[in-house]
Ligand binder design. Structure first.
Ligand code: 4AD
Ligand code: MG
Length: 436
């Protein structure tokens, strides 16, 4: 079939090809035949189009092939574009040539299958309209993060994935045999980033991150992507403002490039537009407890972390993401410093998304006090000599610095309005699943 004039389905749906002869290629999304006519919906990466294949317009072999091709067969079609208000998308293709590239076997995925079955068939299920739209939005989000930091003059900096240390607590480490030793899969890029701010000052990265999360939740993956930044000379309050700006930029980019995908996912576009222009409030942990006490009748002991339940109740009182600072020092990672004004709390923050999507960003100013950090690590039973290299960073020209990490899947989940984080990544890894 002539290569000329081969277009994407979306080019047809844009309305500029009416009455023209075009070639498309893709896969059969739905098909049924009735006598001398086959009604097929074809999909490619850009969309779907209704197609009628009539015996009269084709050779016998072409028509018989089209009739017997099952869904997910790949094909190339030439046809005339017709405006048809009854067709989804408003256009129909009337086929004049059909070439089946590969006849598919009966597709294992049919309607109303269980989430577990669909996860087993993930390699095929990622062809679904829903996952296709999510993956397109995810691609926009990842692109937006790179643009956001590069436009501000940040360098992309890469840290090792195999690391000798913990960063966020030993209980979620994945151990890896390393010749005659052992290492861990990266829990965070941060500690290495803290070494690099001495040469680059403003850095960011996005990379795979691993946590052996032992509980089954709808918000935790064992392998996820974190977008982190680390910056010299800045304090906690400066980076919370950058995090707010980043999240709004991500939203604006998705609204600019993925309206169709948000519609497919049934998301409220005007709500997201409003959030992208709103001011995100900053409150302290102690203020959050007051809201929970006063408005939700919850009695939470000062010093306890906010769990999913508390975060969700808190967010009933906000329409935008909220930054919560100054969590109790005792429950924080070893590198978070105490606040000189309120020494029981840490100079740290989480950003919590509205509508029960939970923590999307976590970060802090970094402690410059080697003795304090040593004591915290000892309490956790860590081998101090493994952190000697990290403490060197406080010995040779130490400077104030801060950074944060944004959970890419958490942001995808929130913007796409997903029930479970598993659909925010093509091949999810959880405590119960590492296949396919
Ligand atoms: O709050 P966390 O643990 O922060 C850090 O790792 C810091 N070292 C980052 C930094 O300061 N450079 O993780 C950051 C974000 C969380 O806010 C959450 O969005 C996401 O990573 N996250 C997860 N996402 C999916 N599955 C998990 N198991 C996650 N754990 C954290
Ligand atoms: Mg956190």
């Amino acid at each position: 079939m002539a290569k000329t004039n081969r277009i994407k389905i979306d080019d047809i749906l844009q309305g500029k090809k009416t009455d023209k002869i075009v070639n498309i290629r893709g896969w059969i999304y739905r098909t049924r035949s009735s006598g001398n006519i086959v009604f097929t919906i074809i999909r490619d990466s850009s969309g779907t189009i209704q197609t009628t294949i009539k015996k009269d317009n084709l050779s016998d072999k072409e028509f018989e092939d089209a009739k017997k091709a099952l869904i997910e067969s790949s094909l190339e079609i030439q046809g005339t574009v017709k405006k048809d208000m009854r067709a989804p998308g408003g256009y129909e293709l009337q086929a004049s040539k059909v070439k089946i590239i590969s006849f598919a076997e009966p597709f294992p995925i049919v309607k109303d299958q269980s989430p577990e079955f669909l996860l087993d068939q993930r390699h095929l299920w990622i062809r679904s309209q829903k996952l296709t739209s999510i993956m397109k939005i995810r691609s926009t989000i990842v692109g937006a993060i790179h643009r956001f930091f590069r436009d501000k003059g940040y360098y992309e900096f890469d840290a090792p994935v195999l690391q000798p240390n913990q960063c966020e607590g030993g209980s979620t480490l994945f151990e890896v045999k390393y010749y005659d030793n052992k290492t861990y899969l990266s829990q965070s890029w941060q500690l290495y980033a803290e070494a690099a701010v001495f040469s680059l000052e403003k850095i960011y990265n996005m990379g795979p991150t691993f946590r052996a999360e032992k509980s089954k939740t709808s918000r935790h993956l064992s392998e996820f992507w974190m977008a982190e930044m680390e910056v010299a000379w800045m304090d906690l309050y400066a980076i919370t403002e950058i995090a707010k700006e980043e999240v709004k930029f991500i939203l604006k980019e998705v609204l600019k490039h993925n309206k169709k995908d948000l519609e497919i996912l049934g998301q409220d576009i005007s709500k997201l537009e409003k959030i992208s222009k709103a001011k995100f409030p900053t409150i302290t942990y102690t203020e959050a407890l007051k809201i929970l006490e006063g408005k939700e009748n919850m009695d939470i002991k000062w010093g306890k972390d906010l769990r999913t339940l508390e975060e969700d109740k808190l967010m009933k009182h906000f329409e935008t993401p909220v930054v919560v600072t100054n969590y109790p020092l005792k429950i924080m990672a070893f590198y978070k410093p105490s606040d000189p004004i309120d020494s029981e709390t840490a100079l740290c923050f989480d950003m919590i998304a509205p509508e029960g999507y939970g923590e999307i960003v976590g970060g802090s100013q970094r402690s410059l006090n080697v003795d304090e950090m040593t004591n915290r690590l000892k309490e956790m039973g860590e081998k101090i000599e493994n952190y000697d290299w990290y403490f060197d960073l406080r010995r040779y020209g130490s400077i104030p610095h801060s950074g944060y990490g944004l959970g890419v899947e958490r942001v995808v989940m929130w913007i796409c309005g997903l029930d479970n984080i598993k659909d925010s990544i093509p091949f999810p890894r959880t405590i119960l699943r590492y296949k396919p």
